[in-house]
Design a protein around this ligand. Sequence first.
Ligand SMILES: [Zn+2]
Length: 204
Amino acid sequence: MASHLRGCALVPPEVKVKFQRKPRESTADVVMGTISSISAPPPPPPPSSAPSVPSIPAWTLSIPDRERLIQFAIEAKEGSYSPYSKFRVGAALLAADGSIIKGANIENASYGGTICAERTALVKAASEGTRSFVALAVTTDVAQPLSPCGICRQVIREFCALRMPILLVPAGYTIEKGGIMETTVEGLLPHSFGPEDLELPRTG
Ligand SMILES: [Zn+2]
């Protein structure tokens, strides 16, 4: 998913949302209290000497929710407008209210105006007022799981908790074949900069 044709579209200023500043992981706490399908409790805080990136996802989606989200991502790919790269991508976001928002990559003759599937879904949701999410699935036409580009990782970081699961789904996925790579926001973007960092005291 590294094609330059997929990425790098700037989000217009009017689409940028006012983020409610919260301490790190507080979004996860809120979401976990409202979604019955999130079955795993949060892990205990790691020892201070441990790396900050969790080795396993903190949340586990129910199998029905997981498969529903994957199917929405596969469906979303049908909406791809990719006449230049011929590289279709579909994304699906599971919101805290149970709704699923689909997105596809939308290319542009200027190339730089292209927006990726992940950001399409996020901007669609955020601009309609949905800004709390519990999982993301992404798929392409490639028979191995491919990862969001760097720009999308930062935009995902804006709205999603660090431990939110992200499912990278190979083309031709079936539940029998498997092959999904499951990671998290923090797994894709360790040591990230986020909204709460703007709240830190400044000594300069
Ligand atoms: Zn991207």
